[in-house]
Write a protein that binds this ligand. Sequence first.
Ligand code: F6R
Ligand code: MG
Ligand code: MG
Length: 398
Amino acid sequence: MARVTVSLIKADVGSVGGHTTPHPKMLAVAKEELHKGVDQGIILDFMVARCGDDISLIMTHRQGENNERVHELAWNAFRRAAEVAKSLGLYGAGQDLLVDAFSGNIRGLGPGVAEMTFEERPSEPIMALLADKTEPSAFNLPLARIFADPFTTTGLVIDARMHDGFIFEVIDLYENKRILLKTPEELHDLLAFIGDITRYAIKRIYSKNESIGIAAVVSTEKLSFIAGKYVGKDDPVALVRLQSGLPAAGEVTQPFAFPALVSGWMRGSHWGPWTPSSMHASNTTFYDGPPRIVALSFQVKDGRIVGTEAEPRIGEHTPVDVFADPVWDEVRRQAMQYALYIRRHGPFMPSILPPEELEYTTLPKVRERLKDRWEPYDGNVPLKELKAEYQQEEVLHE
Ligand code: F6R
Ligand code: MG
Ligand code: MG
């Protein structure tokens, strides 16, 4: 059986009514471009999806990862969607396309990339996890639960093919370094890093069973690091292979029943509860959030995508929209309670992110304006006289 690559490439290239949802015409032109890619033999099949204001292109092909033609195809799809956004005057049109022209590889140009290559099993179920208003390391907690916590994934205990555990590839986002850590034997070492979601992000997870190989991959691009300034959060995506020696679909979704606090939300500056949403209900309407997670599951067969559509047609697929199930209503209700609670702190910590994280937002510009107003302070001595500029009111009252 030939190896297949699934490429999930995402970008925010504009939306309607603020940072809420792309226009349907943007999704339509992205689809048109990907159909061209199928006609040219670059990809085998695809799905265009979205979470909040981010468009995700899920493509299957035989070109391997980091393939120039596949990346250029995705770039062209986003560029066309951005042109539509510009022509309709949409908000943030072209936001994540940081350069004018494509050059070789889409990594570093703005969009987020999660790609995996594997030997297709007789049945190959996959889940795409699409997030909005948060950043890549938000996936650290649920992925650790899914692949390393037997209290989440009973498969780690009772499935002989998972019993040996998994290998985690963790990236240090500041120093561009990576480390491989094995679980269960190095679980505590793994947690010593990935608990710090300001710095470390899980990039890939591999089965120790070589015949299975890659199990999960996350987009870890840091937009602000690439652009050198705040250009929105790095709303991440992930791909997870399911079943038969890998976590079951339900083991993958279970951690999302806990609305964990993740960083991002309004202005990329707040902690907020990750809220599971159906794709169609993922419009970020409360304080530009709360942060969303959408899960779409589908099959890959002979390199083609199979969803619940009656007649499989290339590019026309209906994945299982996992969190559309009403059982998730209870989690959404809890998430909203946490959202309302933490919002009551306004611009105070712990509602807003720690200062190191706010360095990557628009806040430093505000602080810069006031930097010369700070003066030495040498004890609890009141100022004898206010400077003239503050005395206006006193004079008026005399
Ligand atoms: C978060 C996000 C939004 C914007 C906010 C302000 O990732 O994109 O919350 O940061 O709507 O946007 P501007 O500064 O464009 O008005
Ligand atoms: Mg946006
Ligand atoms: Mg977004």
